[in-house]
Design a binder for this molecule. Sequence first.
Ligand code: C5P
Length: 217
Amino acid sequence: KRRPVVAIDGPAGAGKSTLAAHLARTFGFVNLETGAMYRALALKAIESDLDFDEEGPLLALVGDTRIGLEPQRDGNRVMLDGMDVSRRIRDTDVTQAASRISVHPHLRAWMVDLQRAMGSQGGVVMEGRDIGTAVFPDAEVKIFLDADPAVRGNRRYRQATPSPTITEEAILKELKERDQRDRNRAESPLRPAEDAVILDSTALTLDEVLAKAEEIV
Ligand code: C5P
């Protein structure tokens, strides 16, 4: 029998990665950040000079791409064709590209297959946008982690490396654009699964969020 799967979904900047890493440590599970996989492919698309809005060439690229997640204590090391791209995939250009390439249905199907294979043994906390609805609809635990956009934007801003070119407004705008694209795409749009527990962190401290999620699991 498969060990449990904990699915964590929600909009950008809600704190899913922090929560997933914490739950994995607490329960002795492995955490997998599916967003990092879309980011890794987006990086390869940038390096290959592809148009993010055209699915055909992106699918051709996928055919000879290897994406790996190596779970660590506080997140994933992300491997693209044998190279560690963990830092590079957090840059703004990759973030934007990941958001755009992830609307394509066949590309998503390829990712979902890979994610199911990675989680097939269970004992995983998998985090993303469509884990509870598409990747593991039979997950034992589903948490939809939400928060007001302004709060998510502010948290992201305070985490960002200080730089004169990064403003809180710009971060909020980018975050809203990505959410809108995720919510409005035809293929597995961002929404809570019917049986997900909705956890709104707007008025909660980090410790409170972690405690509530532990209870749910
Ligand atoms: O979670 P993260 O912000 O790293 O994800 C990057 C982008 O990948 C998101 O903006 C979203 O469009 C996409 N994504 C997705 N489905 C997932 C995980 C991420 O469409 N399961």
